[in-house]
Design a protein around this ligand. Structure first.
Ligand SMILES: [Zn+2]
Length: 427
């Protein structure tokens, strides 16, 4: 059984505390009655959507009055009726939004089997108890991992979601936001994840992810049998395997980054990666191998993990806008001059005015951290960040120490033997 945790969203609670939301999931085997309920739920949502479309309603309140009576015909606990109406209202609302924005839409129809509810369930000694109707209950045994997570007394379990193979629980916690004294930029590259600011740059090796993706591609392309069904089955199997392995590496890395940022009380600054897929489309002049490599690179996933993990511990996240992200990897963090690429050295940049070679990834991370800091100082966010940070601007030389340039050789950090990380200390 595997378990993943993901953050759904985070909203401002009061003053200095936030409501962080996460979900945990595991696999399970549904009983016959649960299978029936899944089907009933699907029919109820579709019925409700039909009513909504006929009467052009998408508000929860109106949809409830219109269709609650009609859903009475289904034999199930009333809690699921409400959940079905709310689900239908959600789908209709997002359809309305798409129409308003001018996107093409289809007539909504739920074909997947799911059951969602935030009422009537209970966590009882390692089991999830859900109502089946007529005072009967279904008990789903939870994995020790999930039980351990739920044993936190501050946790509040909000809802559960079932499908044919997976049960997922959504829970929330009130967290106090950490007062930060600095920022740290995180730059995602194909072969590494670099976190850093002017004090220290740490590189996390992710070349394993590239290797795994390449191997999967080779294996899948080696299937010679001309049978679509088998081919699809095998490639989805290897695709799943690739996904799980890469996720594992990424989770370890993002966990370490958040722990490090928390230790130093630094807010995490993320670049804007909107539109990155557009760079690697067919016909952009890259070969199929490179295109595959660039597209199997999980740009968003690392950020998603960082965001939810940071929010769970109360660490602030700064997302730079597109214009704020621009040029972060080609401008010298020390003097603001445009850096030159050095063709002989891979991923190194040369600053004409500082007369030094810098690491491309370190440059990006430091620049991101600076720009995030700048935004923080400007907006006077509710988090206590003080002190002036000046961005390197051309003709306005300030003294910034670039790790790896001004400091001696990078040293290997050995705090976590599972992670291949290079730390460049500040001297
Ligand atoms: Zn320079």
């Amino acid at each position: 059984m595997h378990l993943t945790l993901e953050m759904k969203y985070l909203k401002l609670y009061h003053d200095n505390s936030l409501l962080a939301i996460k979900s945990g999931r595991q696999s399970y085997y549904p009983s016959q009655r649960v299978k029936e309920l899944l089907e009933i739920f699907r029919c109820m949502v579709n019925d409700c959507m039909k009513t909504g479309l006929e009467t052009d309603t998408s508000s929860l309140k109106r949809l409830s009055t219109l269709s609650y009576r009609q859903l009475k015909g289904y034999k199930c606990p009333s809690a699921y009726r409400l959940a079905a109406i709310s689900r239908a209202a959600g789908i209709l609302a997002s359809r309305k939004k798409s129409l308003r924005r001018g996107y093409p839409t289809k007539t909504p129809y739920m074909s997947k089997l799911v059951l969602i509810s935030c009422y009537g369930f209970k966590i009882e000694v390692g089991n999830l108890r859900i109502p089946l109707g007529e005072r009967k209950f279904e008990f789903i045994l939870l994995t020790p991992h999930l039980v351990r997570i739920l044993s936190d007394p501050l946790l509040n379990v909000r809802s559960f979601t079932l499908n044919e193979t997976i049960v997922s629980l959504c829970f929330s916690k009130e967290v106090v936001q950490v007062k930060c004294s600095g920022t740290v930029g995180v730059d995602r590259n194909l072969r590494n994840l670099t976190m850093g600011n002017q004090n220290q740059v740490t590189k996390f090796d992710l070349s394993d992810a590239v290797r795994i993706a390449d191997t999967t591609r080779r294996i899948i392309s080696s299937f010679k049998r001309d049978d679509d069904r088998i081919r699809e089955e095998l490639s989805s199997k290897y695709g799943r395997r690739r996904h799980n392995r890469i996720q594992h590496t990424l989770h370890n890395t993002t966990k370490a980054i958040v722990a490090d940022a928390l230790k130093h009380k630094e807010a995490i600054v993320l670049e804007n990666i909107e539109g990155i897929r557009r760079l690697y489309r067919r016909g952009n002049g890259q070969g199929p191998k490179r295109r595959h490599r660039m597209n199997s690179w999980s740009y968003g996933e690392a950020q998603r993990q960082l965001v939810y993990k940071a929010q769970w511990v109360g660490l602030p996240i700064i997302r730079l806008s597109r214009s704020e992200t621009r040029g972060t990897s080609i401008i010298c963090p020390r003097c603001g001059e445009r850096l030159q690429e050095d063709r002989r050295l891979r991923r190194k940049l040369w600053c004409q005015s500082c007369r030094c070679i810098m690491d491309r990834d370190a440059v990006a991370a430091i620049n991101l951290s600076r720009r995030g800091r700048l935004r923080f100082d400007r907006s006077r966010a509710p988090v206590g960040l003080q002190g002036g940070a000046v961005e390197a601007v051309k003709g306005n030389p300030i003294t910034t120490v670039i790790p790896g340039v001004d400091a001696p050789k990078p040293s290997l950090d050995s705090t976590n033997p599972r992670l291949d990380r290079t730390r460049i200390p500040f001297h």
